[in-house]
Design a protein around this ligand. Structure first.
Ligand SMILES: *[C@@H]1O[C@H](CO)[C@@H](O)[C@H](O)[C@H]1NC(C)=O
Ligand SMILES: *[C@@H]1O[C@H](CO)[C@@H](O)[C@H](O)[C@H]1NC(C)=O
Ligand SMILES: CC(=O)N[C@H]1CO[C@H](CO)[C@@H](O)[C@@H]1O
Length: 732
């Protein structure tokens, strides 16, 4: 036995510079105490104007302080992980477990089939024994176009996989690879094969795109595979029988690539859908996949990725196994979450969609507090935990006893017997969606499912390698970004306000610091109210002539200045540290405000309306394809409005309201140079001015831009009227 046989398969490191952060937190804490002391000792007397506004402000500050406390708990103790893949393969190469990979897509128009198969090909090409890999595509769009693309992918994989392995290329999504790779002219062998494969890929892409554009399968193509018959029988998007096709059966001795090596199993699934039944969106699709795969391959490890997230690192499976198979700590690990990273981020990240601080700092912080949440994609699970298994001391994974399939069972028999598992009736009156599988009836089923798993005693691990494991496409318009956050905030608040609240569900099951950590996302929605308050009331009071902050000559002003300055300076530092720019930070501040005043506010409204029984939940997928104009504006970092949406009306109203108040305040200042207006209102004018500054793109969109992506005139009218109305009410 070699002596490294006892060494762990992964290591954990503490973040550096925690002392500095702790010192900073202490300063903020003391500063905030002073602010509260000021608020309490200076409450306007009964009958004086502004008493209620003052109380509201005090309450908002209390709330912000609590929220800040939760974000500090998250940042207190971030940890970082590192794996030793060489030790893994040295010890376990022959005994590696099977891995099932789920890719979910929901709409052939929004999620282009070419993108979907690129993701599928990238995960088929993992550096892992192919006979142990099975890739499942769940197509909730139930589209023959996607099926056709998968058929093409299954053929192309026979060339692509050996090519990847022979030349060890990265990344293994053909589109991403050929987009960035330079032709290897120096190496004749590679160069020849390289251009052949490239041409073959481009041809296939053309065929898939042509068919997608046409919107239907030609008769010639439909003769190529028996699977197309399912659509001839009449399958529409929301009403069809289960369609299950095993495109490559890894057990089949003929399923080999052009070099005679085995291929991963590849399965296409469109679960049964009937218009009269609720199908539970992605959670329903995942649960159908869990059942179907348990019949076909039943691997002990499941990876799930969204269809726009290709694998950027062919070793990610091995990374994940280093955690699961570690002899000492591996057995308590339930799931391993990789970060969500994007390749479409522009330099200054206008919509703040890189989620950098969340991925680089907050989730490592969760890990330090007991384990990251599950974020729905790029996550490896143990199959058992998805069937509701509780962690027990001395649990030991058995990586062998898995396959349910008898040796002589043919592919078509297997297809038939697996189909029932994806049918509707199968779930009726069972625990699926409740105790087993992913949870239903929540817009962020992933977070809820992850929390439940943690409460069953399993540890989760966050693994964020330098080279990202998965790369996706970030929202490229303002509305997409706002709508996405609306759904998240609504679902998150739903969890908080239900019996699944971390403080209730997790009581004595997960550490208190982890329960608190969850709050920073679960409480997004209510944070909208205090933000709205802070963004309107001080400005309106300025207009009205009510002072809410200390005079500039008063020493109390120092505490406000100190806390605000330090807090923002820290945030700027954090942003720059994780690879941002100053402008990127400024954009992030704007998006912080916009998300809180529109997305989270509407998320809260939606939650309340749903509770009162008014609206049904609808899962809105954010578009992953953009037309050329939109992409161009995105690349130039010009803010995209273009349509009228209540969210834009709110944003524009707030922007105008602050502009009016700001100019009203200035007017007072100039008219009354004697009477110390500046003295009394300095902080309010400053706050209002900052809000105006941050809203510059909105004024541009309202008045100065003429392109199609400016704010529509209807929004301009509405917001102007609303803003004037509110100002008038405040004045009289
Ligand atoms: C795709 O369609 C174009 C015209 O729409 C045609 O010229 C081209 O040959 C088609 N390509 C393939 C691969 O079918
Ligand atoms: C993706 O992988 C490539 C190498 O294949 C690497 O150069 C690149 O940095 C990776 N991207 C990210 C965001 O990590
Ligand atoms: C949807 C979208 O905008 N996709 C773009 C992502 O970024 C790549 C490279 O920067 C573009 O080629 C895509 O069009």
């Amino acid at each position: 036995m070699a002596k490294d046989d006892n060494l762990p398969l992964f290591e954990t490191k503490l973040a550096k510079g925690r002392i500095l952060f702790q010192f900073y937190s202490l300063l903020i804490f003391v500063g905030t105490c002073f602010i509260f002391a000021y608020r309490l000792s200076h409450i306007p007397a009964k009958g004086e104007p502004g008493r209620w506004a003052w109380m509201g402000l005090f309450f908002s500050e209390l709330w912000f302080c609590f929220y800040w406390f939760a974000t500090t708990v998250v940042r207190w103790n971030p940890i970082y992980r590192n794996t030793f893949k060489d030790r893994l393969s040295h010890r376990y190469e022959k005994a590696l477990p099977g891995v099932d990979i789920f890719v979910c897509t929901a709409d052939p128009v929004i999620e282009a089939p070419v993108m979907v198969i690129n993701t599928v090909l990238s995960v088929m090409a993992y550096d892992y024994p192919p006979e142990k890999l099975s890739v499942y595509l769940s197509d909730d769009g139930g589209s023959d176009l996607t099926f056709y693309a998968m058929l093409e992918a299954s053929r192309f994989s026979k060339i692509w996989l050996p090519f990847c392995k022979k030349f060890k290329i990265e990344p293994r999504s053909p589109e991403a690879y050929f987009r960035t790779a330079v032709e290897p002219l120096g190496e004749p062998v590679l160069a020849k094969e390289w251009s052949t494969v490239k041409v073959l890929y481009e041809d296939m892409k053309k065929r898939v795109e042509n068919t997608t554009k046409l919107g239907q399968i030609s008769e010639e193509i439909s003769k190529e595979h028996k699977g197309f018959n399912e659509w001839i029988l009449g399958a529409s998007r929301d009403d069809h029988q289960t369609i299950l096709q095993i495109l490559i059966d890894g057990r089949d001795s003929e399923a080999v690539d052009i070099q005679g090596q085995p291929l991963p199993t590849l399965v296409y699934l469109a679960r049964e859908k009937r218009t009269q039944y609720h199908h539970h969106f992605k959670a329903g699709a995942m649960n159908a996949l869990i059942r179907v795969s348990s019949r076909i391959s039943n691997s002990p490890i499941i990876l799930n990725v969204d269809c726009d997230m290709y694998s950027n690192n062919s070793k990610s499976v091995r990374d994940a196994l280093c955690f699961f198979m570690d002899e000492e700590k591996g057995n308590e690990v339930g799931f391993i979450q990789f970060p969500q990273a994007f390749e479409n981020i522009t330099k200054n990240d206008v919509y703040s969609s890189s989620l950098n601080v969340i991925m680089e700092l907050e989730l490592p912080g969760f890990d330090g507090n007991g384990g990251p949440c599950y974020i729905g994609t790029g996550c490896f699970h143990r199959r058992e935990i998805l069937s509701g298994k509780k962690y027990k001391k001395n649990y030991k994974a058995d990586w062998k006893r898995w396959s349910n399939r008898s040796a002589e069972e043919s592919t078509s028999v297997l297809e038939e017997t697996s189909k029932v598992l994806a049918s509707f009736s199968y779930e009726e009156n069972t625990q699926w969606g409740k105790e087993i599988g992913l949870k239903y009836n929540c817009a962020v089923e992933d977070v809820l499912t992850g929390l439940t798993i943690q409460c069953r005693g399993w540890r989760s691990i966050y693994f964020n390698p330098e080279r990202k494991g998965f790369l996706g496409v970030a929202p490229t318009t303002l509305l997409q970004s706002l709508v996405q956050h609306k759904r998240w905030s609504e679902g998150d608040f739903y969890i908080f306000a239900s019996r699944n609240c971390p403080f209730v569900l997790g009581y004595k099951k997960i550490p208190l610091k982890l329960q608190l950590s969850y709050c920073i996302y679960l409480l997004w929605a209510p944070t909208s109210l205090t933000t709205l308050y802070y963004a309107t009331v001080p400005s309106l009071c300025l207009l009205r002539g009510i002072s809410l902050f200390p005079q500039i000559s008063d020493s109390w002003v120092l505490t406000f200045a100190f806390v605000i300055f330090l807090h923002r300076a820290y945030s700027l530092g954090e942003c720059i540290w994780f690879g941002g720019t100053f402008k990127g930070w400024w954009n992030d501040q704007r998006m912080w405000l916009y998300k809180r005043t529109s997305s989270y506010f509407f998320g809260l409204l939606d939650y309340i309306l749903k509770r009162l029984g008014f609206t049904k939940s609808a899962f809105v997928i954010t578009t992953k394809v953009a037309n050329d104009d939109v992409s161009q504006r995105y690349e130039q970092e010009v803010m995209e409005f273009g349509t009228s949406s209540p969210m834009f009306t709110i944003l524009a109203t707030l922007a105008l309201l602050n502009a009016f108040s700001f100019f009203g305040g200035l007017k007072k200042l100039i008219a009354d140079l004697e009477t110390l207006v500046w003295e009394r209102f300095a902080l309010q004018i400053l706050l209002c001015g900052l809000l105006v500054l941050i809203n510059l793109p909105v004024y541009q969109g309202l008045f100065f831009r003429k392109d199609v992506a400016s704010l529509p005139t209807s929004v301009s009218y509405q917001s102007t009227i609303f803003a004037l109305l509110v100002c008038a009410i405040a004045l009289y």
